[in-house]
Unconditional design. Structure first.
Ligand code: AMP
Length: 460
């Protein structure tokens, strides 16, 4: 998962991109970068780390121009390495280009093999670089033709923002797996913004116009907006954005993430009630659903676990050792609220079960009499190949264990999940979602699970 941002025609393009990335920080915390275009000359600041650590006033002042794109990265394809930090940049006969990508191009390896056979060299091992390579070779007459030609070769998930010279291209794959939203800055003529989530617009005072449509390629230039849409495929927006990834104050495809999550909690209470004294969330991921659960079941809601906000999302750290240590760093129970109580703890999902197990133990050691886990989505049983770094099937606890077995493993008195029907009802009963992580029904087939290309150049 990553966050992308772009802004066209604003005197403070770099500053606003920095702020936009700040609002998207929950989508990736490994690295970040901003590339501005000053009349077609690109300027870049990119680094490993959090947005607030990467940028300061001096760095932002070195990013001139009225056009900018930015990226926060959470590794899926490629490694967690400085050379994969985005936006990636290149120069070609078509001019300077920068790209920020959210998603996972499932045929990137085979495209790369083909290009390498013809002598291409790559500077990163990120799937995103194949887009730059294909673009350099494209023959179309117009910019939109060339981009359409390149994107036509890609399979999988991509929400992309590019700078080409002094123009911005925003594009979404034909299924629309990952979100991408178009907005404008009131009070500024022809100033457009694009972002992974509307919470980035809220911070900078931009207005949402609409979501970029699945399959759409939008060119933003001094001549305004020019769009083309490629042959439509069934819309398959990632339902896990609503479950976990997106911020609850964001609006995806016109639907409030907060309302969806609250509904998930309400339906979970209907489907899987619990004789208990108090409902608590796993903060932050379970907060909104747990409020829905508490309201529907008429049980008191308490913040029984307090989160330290100065550590990142623990699961998101790819290294196991860091994740294990992270639970205590991140959460602390309030014994006064839990002692002697039958507690319902609500979270959005269980992946490996390691975090949940520690949380249950934590609640018990604070004196809870019973701990019942309620999960506001169905069991995650299949890996995601479209941009979320889920582990292999073997590591997904629900792929080989029933809820009762999971309860035993995480030492809970009970574990219950929202049904698939409840999930779909929460997002509006629409079938236009990718639910592969719950069902194994993959909208885009992949021949073999993506391999992690072996590194032959290590930067230290
Ligand atoms: P665990 O109990 O170790 O399976 O961890 C479950 C926690 O991971 C839940 O609180 C989820 O909110 C969170 N989570 C689920 N999916 C992801 C993901 N793809 N990346 C980061 N965190 C996730």
């Amino acid at each position: 998962m990553c966050g992308v941002f772009g802004i066209f025609n604003h005197p403070e393009a770099a500053n606003l991109t920095y702020l936009g990335l700040h609002a998207l920080q929950h989508r990736g915390q490994e690295s970040g970068g901003v590339v501005t275009s000053d009349e077609g000359t690109l300027h870049a600041v990119r680094k490993m780390g959090l947005v607030s650590d990467i940028f300061n006033r001096r760095k932002l002042e070195r990013l001139p121009g009225r056009v900018a794109i930015g990226h926060v990265r959470y590794t899926t394809a490629g490694g967690s390495l400085p050379k994969n930090v985005q936006p990636l940049t290149a120069e070609s006969r078509h001019g300077a280009v920068a790209i920020a990508h959210n998603g996972n191009i499932v045929n990137a390896e085979s495209i790369r093999d083909r290009l390498e056979d013809k002598g291409a060299i790559f500077t990163s091992n990120s799937d995103t670089e194949v887009v730059l390579q294909l673009l350099a070779r494209s023959r179309g007459m117009t910019l939109l033709d060339r981009v359409a030609e390149v994107l036509g070769e890609l399979r999988g998930a991509y929400s992309i923002v590019m700078v080409l010279g002094d123009r911005i291209i925003a594009a979404r794959d034909p299924h629309g797996f990952r979100p991408l939203i178009l907005g404008r800055m009131p009070g500024y003529d022809d100033c457009y913004v694009v972002a992974s989530e509307t919470c980035a617009f809220d911070l900078i005072g931009a207005e949402r116009i609409r979501d970029i449509a699945p399959g759409e390629i939008l060119e933003i230039s001094a001549r305004g907006l020019k769009e083309t849409t490629r042959s439509p495929e069934p819309r398959r927006a990632c339902v896990f954005e609503h479950v976990y990834f997106a911020r609850p104050d964001s609006v995806l495809d016109g639907t409030s993430v907060y309302e969806v999550r609250f509904k998930m909690g309400e339906l979970l209470a209907d489907e899987k009630p619990c004789d208990a004294d108090v409902v608590i969330p796993v903060p932050d991921s379970g907060v909104v659903a747990s409020m829905g659960y508490a309201r529907k079941s008429s049980l008191p809601f308490e913040m029984g676990l307090i989160r330290n906000h100065y550590v990142g999302r623990t699961f998101i750290e790819p290294k196991d050792s860091i994740r294990h240590f992270g639970v205590k760093l991140k959460l602390n129970p309030v014994p006064r609220l839990l002692k002697g109580k039958r507690v319902v703890v609500v979270d959005d999902s269980i992946v490996r079960g390691t975090t949940s197990r520690k949380i249950v133990k934590m609640i018990r050691s604070a004196g809870a009499r019973e701990v019942h886990v309620r999960i506001s989505s169905p069991p995650v049983t299949w890996p995601c190949y479209y941009g979320i770094d889920t582990p292999t099937r073997k590591e997904l606890i629900a792929s080989s264990h029933t809820p009762d077995e999971i309860a035993r493993y995480i030492t809970a008195d009970s574990v219950e999940y929202l049904s698939p029907e409840g999930l779909m009802a929460s997002v509006g009963g629409d079938s236009g979602y990718c639910t592969a992580c719950f069902t194994g029904e993959y909208p885009v087939q992949i021949a073999t699970p993506p391999s992690r290309r072996q590194l032959r150049l290590v930067e230290v």
